[in-house]
Design a protein around this ligand. Structure first.
Ligand SMILES: [Zn+2]
Length: 416
């Protein structure tokens, strides 16, 4: 239907809704503090639910407090097409991270209602619980439980620093639902999000068409030597773990640089034991973080790092161990969803590039259970997880239009 392709969302209404939501937990510097399962989180949820009910949606929430607003289609036996993200923020968060994805989904439903469009499949907007992970670890908690990544009883028992648990806090704010927090079939899932990085802004582009989310590997590299006095002991008779750590760190930078601009190597913390200024340490624990959006490349980085660590330590007769702390595999989005985003962007005439996400998102979990795609819009100076986080209303409008037309394209596509 050609009238559908001329459909556009209301950018002003989207902006007004974002600004109204931003009043809840507003901070002095213009950001938001709406951490998961706080009173502010409840207030934000209540406002979202109220908006969805005003629109005639059926609203439900599950045992993890994930909220689903459903707009019926012509054939409600079909699996729904979902747009989702999160309403919680960092303690010094912004007005757009996550919230934009949820309210853009709502704006899509509002636009369809205004135009009297009934889709074939039902559409849903999801607000996932505790994406940020700042009050309760880990991040992406609600979508993780829903997608079977985490066990709900373990998650319920997770406490914040005051000893309050996820289970109790969910009940306290009235969002511990009866529905099981378990994935249902979805025809597709989309998430529109601010980039949280500088690339789109630097390139002067409006839309990022995401192919996936980069993978990461976290290690503790433990190197053992002998403690000795920093003064009397000649350099050649030391077993100093730093003598291996230095070339290993340099080598990891080379491993990342050989894969520029996508390879990443970071050493966020190094602990020396016993940690005394005038003593060669007997042990070093080096935190290593390696990332790449391509699974084969990340595997190759893993191999090269392990070989390098073994070679440099063996050469100096130092003991070593590589403990893998976390492996977040590369996420590759479903080709049909990536194509839906790409086609919508081209149809709408927005400037764009293909990219991958450097940060984790709820879509990382969704991609394990449903065909999933993501859309990025630029944010000012690439700044996020910061009260000064800002985005251009026109870019947000563009991202929301892409979301609308990607969802419509999947609705028109034959079912799986
Ligand atoms: Zn987010």
């Amino acid at each position: 239907m050609s009238s559908l392709s001329s459909l556009r969302i209301d950018g002003d209404r989207l902006w007004q809704s974002l600004m109204e939501m931003a009043r809840i937990g507003a901070t002095a510097k213009g950001g938001c503090n709406r951490q998961a399962l706080t009173d502010e989180d409840r207030e934000g949820r209540d406002l979202f639910v109220q908006w969805c009910e005003q629109l005639g949606c059926t609203v439900s929430f599950d045992a993890m407090g994930n909220i689903f607003a459903r707009r019926d289609g012509r054939n409600n036996d079909l699996p729904p097409i979902l747009a989702g993200s999160h309403l919680d923020t960092q303690p010094t968060g912004g007005k757009f991270d996550g919230v934009f994805g949820v309210l853009a989904g709502l704006e899509v439903l509002r636009t369809l209602s205004d135009a009297g469009v009934v889709t074939e499949a039902p559409l849903e907007v999801a607000a996932w619980t505790n994406e940020e992970g700042s009050r309760f670890a880990p991040a992406m908690m609600g979508s993780g439980v829903w997608c079977g990544v985490h066990d709900i009883d373990k998650v319920y028992a997770t406490a914040d620093k005051d000893g309050k648990t996820v289970g109790d806090e969910l009940a306290r704010i009235g969002y511990r639902g009866e529905l099981p927090a378990r994935a249902r079939p979805l025809k597709a899932a989309f998430e529109v999000h601010i980039e949280q990085g500088p690339i789109l802004e630097r390139e002067g582009l409006q839309i990022g068409v995401l192919g996936g989310i980069q993978g990461l590997r976290w290690y503790d590299l433990v190197i053992d030597g002998d403690a000795c006095h920093a003064g009397p002991t000649p350099m050649e008779s030391r077993r100093d773990p730093f003598m291996a750590a230095a070339p290993i760190i340099e080598g990891c930078y080379r491993i990342a640089a050989a894969r520029a601009p996508w390879g990443r190597a970071t050493f966020g913390d190094i602990r020396a034991e016993p940690g005394s200024r005038n003593t060669v340490p007997e042990r070093l624990v080096v935190n290593v973080d390696l990332r790449h959006p391509d699974a084969a490349e990340l595997d190759a980085m893993d191999r090269e790092f392990r070989e390098l660590a073994a070679a440099e330590c063996d050469r100096r007769s130092l003991g070593h161990r590589v403990d893998e702390i976390w492996h977040m595999p590369v996420t590759t989005f479903a080709p049909e969803c990536v194509q839906a985003v790409r086609s919508a962007t081209e149809m709408l005439g927005y400037s764009h590039m293909e990219m991958v996400s450097g940060a984790g998102h709820d879509s990382l979990n969704l991609a394990t259970v449903a065909p999933t795609g993501m859309i990025f819009v630029p944010c000012e100076n690439g700044l996020s997880h910061n009260e000064l986080e800002n985005a251009n209303a026109g870019d947000l409008e563009a991202g929301c239009n892409v979301l609308l037309h990607a969802m419509l394209a999947m609705d028109a596509a034959p079912g799986a």
